[in-house]
Write a protein that binds this ligand. Structure first.
Ligand code: M6R
Length: 618
């Protein structure tokens, strides 16, 4: 969490850094700060609140904005409450050095005590201020350059970091380093300018050339020089790979929508198409995925597949469990990455681990991957962000091609993850003959129709808005589904609670009578998925049970349904498809519903309280 944006070059740094911070606000938004160096002094502005609050401060004094070197930060608090003082950047004791940091220094307290003994004082409660003073102390004691001091200091800290450090006495360079938190360097024409950021979005309009630092690497960025990258724990030089960015500006802007979330909901037909394009060849009745083909023996002979993920990605993993077991008859277990990594799981080199992550930076998922690798398992990643830590850490994998997802609430990431996982399940099912050619072909044909069906389904927006207005003041909601749609119920509940702060729970419909039924009264809205092939009669009975206890029923049904229509208070129709593919459709009304309720309640849809888009701390 936390976003870093920095610039060194010939342009005014302020607008570049501030715009960069706005694009990175999805990473944290409880405080923001910026340092602009004007050639003589480092001008610091910082505040609790959002980047827009920071702008109110800098707008009071235009002088603060002048200078061609700048470093900014948008924070998601770990050490120290969100307030002005704890906001980054942080100066060292002498005021000569400045730092922005994303991550956690775990042994900061021990280091802080030692530094206090040596005469250092601390203004904030942050681990970051400890790190910059440690760098200053090392620089003083060793009499070395900034780069060396950063390296030595980092070798004595425990934790995770992406940092950017600037020394007033060396105003043509910035030092950056990474361990566990991402950092990208944008290279301007002829190395006359450089950009540093937590992802490439802040500099996409200035350059397409980027270096993504690997873990345990640091870079010395000097105007007019090639970026020098070396290892943190020794001095060995690394030849950095300069990647060509594919991201475009319109992908990271709202494009006429009020919020990123609704834009991303509407992008799903394209995102799903982009995800299966070139992989699903319906005419030839094949799925081409080299990452599976190259490892097909491993998949087919695996004792089991273990899926690790967090949040929405974990829900996609649950859908995959149903898909892979049903289509390919390979045993699947789905684990919260945070539990898996600490519970001494039974895992061998005959197991395959699939790690699912939109950001590719989730700390728990990353740790679960490392654990699985240490036990000899083959690890396959399903990620959205190209070049992310998880994409690099896994043995093989497939990207989801959803494009940048900026709203904190995952929408298109979920449906594109399910798309990739469906392709994998189908491919494995065909390879081990659990699916007949006829079944396989039928799935491909139905899958091909999904983007158009999602497009049509998005037309229920007005109807969903009306339902949202009826239930927006509810205190509690239940979401029920069975089979492939049980995870969709969980995801529906998560969407509602994370952006509207209404308590919601997802349950397998049949579990209702083992507890949640006690909650049902006339004030309880219950969202039920009752598609025509998925245990339909059983779900209808569940609906009857709710009705006889006066619960309000909002049902998602298949087009043409008559039975549920008679009992439910509201029905939303989805187009007909194979039951295994319905999660790609049933989830859409739930996304719209959460969105509209949150808007009606005037919540911050794209940046809900206490959350951050990528959770890079455990
Ligand atoms: O980037 P990841 O997919 O690894 O993120 C996992 C969760 O943090 C994420 O899905 C979270 O639950 C979303 N806010 C849900 O909308």
């Amino acid at each position: 969490m936390c976003g870093i944006s920095a610039y060194i070059g010939f342009r005014e740094a302020y607008p570049i850094v501030i715009n960069g911070l706005k694009r990175l606000e999805y990473r944290g938004y409880d405080s923001a700060g910026i340092m602009i160096y004007d050639g003589k002094k480092m001008q610091l502005s910082k505040t609790k609140g959002k980047v827009s609050d920071l702008e109110l401060i800098t707008d009071e004094d235009e002088q603060r904005k002048i200078g061609t070197i700048g470093m900014g930060h948008t924070r998601w608090a770990t050490h120290g409450v969100p307030n002005d003082v704890n906001s980054h950047p942080h100066f060292s004791e002498s005021g000569e050095l400045v730092i922005v940091h994303n991550g956690i220094i775990e042994n900061y307290d021990t280091i802080k005590k030692e530094l206090i003994k040596r005469g250092y004082t601390f203004k904030s409660d942050t681990d970051t201020e400890v790190l910059i003073n440690l760098i200053e102390e090392v620089k003083k004691v060793e009499g070395c350059k900034l780069g060396k001091a950063v390296q030595l200091a980092l070798n004595s800290v425990v934790g995770a970091y992406a940092i950017s450090v600037f020394d007033k006495s060396k105003p043509n360079e910035i030092i950056v380093a990474r361990l566990g938190s991402p950092i990208a360097i944008g290279i301007g024409k002829d190395s006359k300018e450089f950009f540093v950021a937590s992802d490439a979005s802040p500099f996409v309009e200035y350059t397409k050339d980027a270096i993504y630092l690997e873990d345990e690497e640091m870079a010395i960025i000097k105007i007019g020089k090639k970026v020098k990258v070396h290892k943190i724990n020794d001095d060995s030089l690394v030849e950095p790979t300069v990647q060509k960015l594919k991201m475009s500006l319109d992908q990271i802007e709202k494009g006429g929508y009020d919020h990123f979330m609704i834009k991303e909901i509407h992008e799903q037909p394209k995102a799903i198409t982009d995800t299966f394009r070139g992989r699903m060849l319906v005419d030839q009745s094949i799925i081409k995925m080299s990452s599976i083909e190259e490892n097909i023996e491993k998949f087919l002979s695996a004792d089991k597949i273990i899926i690790v993920a967090c949040g929405t990605s974990w829900h996609a993993g649950l859908v995959a469990e149903y898909l892979i077991e049903d289509m390919a008859r390979i045993p699947v277990e789905v684990e919260y990455a945070s539990e898996f990594r600490y519970r001494n799981p039974i895992i061998t080199n005959k197991d395959i681990v699939i790690a699912i992550s939109q950001s590719g930076e989730t700390a728990d998922t990353l740790a679960a991957i490392k654990l699985a690798k240490s036990k000899g398992a083959f690890v396959y990643g399903v990620c959205n962000v190209v070049g992310s830590s998880i994409a690099r850490e896994t043995h093989s994998g497939a990207y989801t091609h959803a494009g940048p997802e900026i709203g904190v609430a995952s929408t298109k990431a979920f449906t594109t993850q399910i798309t990739v996982l469906t392709l994998i399940a189908l491919k494995l099912g065909k390879a081990n003959k659990s699916l007949s050619s006829h079944e396989f072909k039928n799935y491909l044909q139905k899958m091909q129709k999904i983007p158009r069906q999602v497009e049509k389904l998005l037309e229920v927006d007005d109807q969903v808005k009306e339902i949202a207005s009826v239930y927006k003041d509810s205190k509690n909601c239940l979401y029920l589904g069975r089979g492939f749609n049980f995870p969709v119920a969980l995801e529906g509940a998560l969407k509602l609670k994370e952006i509207s702060y209404i308590h919601a729970e997802g349950y397998p419909a049949a579990e209702m009578k083992h507890g949640p039924i006690a909650l049902i009264d006339e004030n309880m809205p219950i969202f039920v998925i009752a598609t025509n092939k998925g245990h339909y009669e059983k779900v209808v009975s569940n609906i009857q049970e709710i009705k006889s206890r006066s619960g309000k029923i909002i049902a998602i049904v298949t087009e043409g349904d008559t039975q549920v229509k008679e009992i439910a208070d509201h029905v939303i129709e989805i187009p007909e498809t194979e039951e295994a593919l319905t999660p790609l459709l049933t989830t859409i009304p739930f996304q719209l519903l959460s969105y509209h309720i949150a808007v009606m309640l005037e919540k911050n849809v794209d940046q809900p309280r206490n959350l951050a888009k990528s959770v890079t701390v455990e």
